[in-house]
Write a protein that binds this ligand. Structure first.
Ligand SMILES: [Zn+2]
Length: 150
């Protein structure tokens, strides 16, 4: 967070102007924020427009905005490797452990493979959850300094 020296409101460190009063904000400390690409700035702006990581105003976004907020091709293709590459290693471990647990549990409970359908459904859900939350999770890490396990 960078605090506005004019009105005292906290702003995301990727902003150069205060969202409340428009005053210039102090430059963020050197770090990842300065290196954010245009694409990430758009995603982060959309997350803030939606009301932050829990996205209470998500339904007020247009379809195109919702898509841009949620979609991340690399997270879809790479899964836990993407999380690792972005420094979200705790979430990468959670994702792998959850997926392996489902596979092991299914193999233990039904060695004949009769639970394979359920196994595939659950592992797909886990992958999708991490895919759909990749942008918000990165926002949490970079802007909110929150790099938790899920
Ligand atoms: Zn201000």
């Amino acid at each position: 967070m960078s605090t506005c020296q004019h009105c005292g409101i906290g702003n995301s460190p990727i902003r150069s102007l205060c969202t409340t009063c428009g005053s210039a904000l102090p430059k963020p400390a050197a770090g990842m924020e300065a290196d954010l690409s245009a694409l990430w700035r758009i995603r982060f702006d959309l997350i803030e427009k939606a009301g932050g990581p829990t996205r209470p105003r998500f339904k007020q976004l247009s379809l195109g905005e919702r898509f841009r907020l949620g979609f991340n091709l690399w997270a879809l293709l790479l899964g836990p490797l993407y999380y690792l590459a972005k420094g979200m290693w705790r979430k990468a471990i959670t994702m792998v452990v959850l997926t392996l647990s489902v596979v092991v549990l299914s193999g233990t409970l039904a060695p004949d493979g009769s639970l394979v359908f359920l196994e595939n459904m659950l592992t797909t859900m886990i992958s999708f959850w991490f895919f759909l939350n990749a942008n918000v999770n990165y926002y949490r890490k970079v802007v909110l300094d929150d790099n938790g396990w899920w």
